[in-house]
Design a protein around this ligand. Sequence first.
Ligand SMILES: NC(=O)c1ccc[n+]([C@@H]2O[C@H](COP(=O)([O-])OP(=O)(O)OC[C@H]3O[C@@H](n4cnc5c(N)ncnc54)[C@H](OP(=O)(O)O)[C@@H]3O)[C@@H](O)[C@H]2O)c1
Length: 421
Amino acid sequence: MTIKVGLLGMGTVGTGVVQVLTDPAGRHPLLQEVEIVKIGVRDTAKPRSVALDPSLFTSNLESIVNDPTIQIVVEVMGGVEPTRDLVLQAIANNKHVVTANKALLARHGEEILELAKRHQVYVMLEASVGGGIPIVNVLKQFLGANRITSIQGIVNGTTNYILTRMHREGGDLQEILADAQRLGYAEADPTADIDGFDAADKIAILASLAFGQRIPLSEVSREGIRNVSSLEIASAARLGYVIKLIARAQLVTGGLEIGVYPMLVPQEHPLATINGVTNAIAIKGDPIGEIVFAGPGAGQGATASAVVADLINVCALLSHPPHPLLSYMPTTAAQVVPPRENQFYARFTTLDQPGVIGELGTIFGRYSVSLETIFQQNRSGKYAQVIVITHTVREADFWQAIREIKELPTLQTVGAILRVL
Ligand SMILES: NC(=O)c1ccc[n+]([C@@H]2O[C@H](COP(=O)([O-])OP(=O)(O)OC[C@H]3O[C@@H](n4cnc5c(N)ncnc54)[C@H](OP(=O)(O)O)[C@@H]3O)[C@@H](O)[C@H]2O)c1
């Protein structure tokens, strides 16, 4: 069965999606059934990094949402207008929609989802929050047993990158922002990120999924990071905190508290260790307790991964039973191979006499096992403990060296051998 897909947009995310769809080997078998039939872009003459039949491209986006052969529209063009109109048309034409567009969903989600319900089609939004972290499907499907009480996290990679650098380098927001713009981690107009608009869109979507409620964007409190100076960063660090832009929604007596704020996070909290452009989302539920998800929050590959996951979900619904995502049947036998390379920790109990470390080093050297560290500790009476950490080495070489070390007259025992992660 072929499932025909039309793309609205082939920029950063769309290109990632096309790369996956045109190279399905080794990915989910349902992807073999997906055929891209049209791609809507602004400029059909623009060179594209994936070689595709030029006749797939059109600047007439209406021709995609009105194409009767297309079953799924993947909206990765962004923006609110004309995107809203196009998505509504696609739904009105009974097409399923996969979208990465948090701005659209946070503003017009209700209208879009209502229409989808009427037309009995799905609007899939995994890529709209958390990039590659599969948080939307977790909330929709896998935490269904739970009464969720709070959801909070770092959902904007740009601000987290800036705050991380402010903590590490002690610089001021403006200079690090300028550098982030130069490196492509921040937009030329950084308002959506720095002032918390992007994070507000995302927490509105997440909270709506977590609590099953409609959340007008206007009710989401929002404070960006403009007032976080290097002084605050340094004082927070002295007090045992890091400053993070936290988006959070929690049930409190009388309702839902929802907002985006720069917050002091205790250094030992799981969100405090999330650095750079990484995102993380912590959910508290009954009976699960707290569960934390972390991963790349944006970027071509991560976002494409989420878009394609949604596409696979819809394809599974369109395919014949048994449902290919619920049934599980491995198709080929794995070829399991022995471990090839590892870094090792080894502890030897040896006679405490000169030259022992040299002997060990010589044997490891003979088998090309280079050492990162070797030292002696806990000398007691006749014996000493010699600790070794190797570089990443071939397993076979390492074990040959160990066989020879075991023959050394100065060796009492091999105390422990562990692999280093
Ligand atoms: N980039 C990320 O890391 C990321 C992460 C999560 C979510 N998202 C979301 O994914 C969506 C796409 O983002 P992106 O970064 O891929 O955007 P992008 O690189 O700017 O690409 C937009 C694409 O849509 C086309 N397009 C835009 N407006 C159009 C119009 N009016 N008519 C025809 N074609 C139009 C552009 O055509 P041309 O190619 O001809 O210019 C381009 O192919 C956005 O909703 C964004 O919020 C992005």
